[in-house]
Design a protein around this ligand. Structure first.
Ligand code: AMP
Length: 284
């Protein structure tokens, strides 16, 4: 596996691969890799001739009081995991190259970013979309892979790709969980032993809500109330949002209808965790 730091070298590599007839898959990440990331890498390896994975902790998507300064870094292990998953290139751009002095351009997607994570993290999607567009422009992949763990991010990326006529396919992969149900996340590394136990309230709340929908519940507010009850039982949990919403517009729903997204953001001992699932008759 090759490591490329330079932006021009990255673009030259991609163009050469495509000239040689290869299809190119791209998996953008912030590192501290786990099975969630690696499942996307494996999907890319299965579908594309060449797979590029990037690690870039994007300062533009962190708010002032968030965890940029302490975000986990584990480069040697990440490199090893990517190599074993079959990636061809690790792209490791620097913040100075991505945001050189005088950088002035940001991309915003309206409406869908006003809710859920966009509401509690106002600059988050502007930072994500700007860096994703830049990375897509540098790597020029045929297909880019994103996880359903960040379902709103996935929809926002798809919206940007459609609205700006980008020539890239967006593929997604299901949420990868620990054996006990906790959605894998680089931020799980922050959890103390007690936090780790409390963190199970997210997947427990989602399972309870899904089960209730399967048993015939159609009223969104009843589901929100039940999930709130489950989460509030954990002393270490602080709810950011509990949403039963449309899976594409993220507008809150009154009734489940054909399909609904249940999405949670909860701080556990100060660590903000998110999780989600789709419920309803048309469940994929
Ligand atoms: P991150 O490094 O957190 O920016 O995540 C990079 C990519 O991996 C994003 O597309 C995430 O949605 C995806 N991802 C993170 N955790 C998981 C997970 N548990 N299951 C599936 N995909 C994930």
């Amino acid at each position: 596996m090759r490591t490329i730091r330079n932006l021009h070298e990255m673009r030259a590599y991609s163009r050469q691969a495509r000239r040689a007839g290869s299809t190119l898959g791209f998996v953008p990440t912030m590192g501290a890799l786990h099975e969630g990331h690696l499942s996307l890498v494996r999907q890319s390896v299965a579908r594309c001739n060449v797979t590029v994975a990037s690690i870039f902790i994007n300062p533009a998507q962190f708010g002032e009081n968030e965890d940029l300064a302490v975000y986990p870094v584990d480069l040697e292990n990440d490199r090893d995991l990517l190599k074993r998953a079959g990636a061809d290139v690790l792209f490791l751009p620097t913040a100075a190259d991505i945001y050189p002095p005088g950088f002035k351009t940001h991309v915003t997607v309206s409406d869908v970013t006003a809710r859920l994570c966009g509401k509690s993290r106002p600059m988050f999607f502007r930072g994500v979309i700007t860096v994703v567009l830049k990375l897509l422009n540098i790597v020029e992949p045929d297909t880019a892979f994103f996880g359903e763990k960040d379902r709103q991010q996935l929809e926002v990326v798809k919206t940007m790709v459609r609205d700006l006529n980008l020539d890239v396919a967006i593929a997604s992969g299901p949420i990868v969980r620990e054996a006990d149900g906790l959605a894998m996340s680089s931020r799980n590394r922050y959890l103390s032993e007690a936090d780790r136990v409390s963190a199970l309230c997210l997947s427990r709340a989602l399972s309870a809500a899904s089960q209730r929908v399967r048993a015939g519940e159609v009223t969104a507010e009843n589901l929100r109330r039940e999930m709130l009850g489950i989460i509030q039982k954990e002393g270490r949990a602080e709810v950011d949002y509990i949403s039963v919403c449309d899976p594409r517009s993220f507008e809150e729903k009154e009734t489940i209808g054909d399909e609904a997204l249940i999405a949670l953001a909860v701080k556990i001992g100060g660590t903000r965790l998110i999780d989600n699932c789709i419920v309803g008759g048309k469940k994929k």
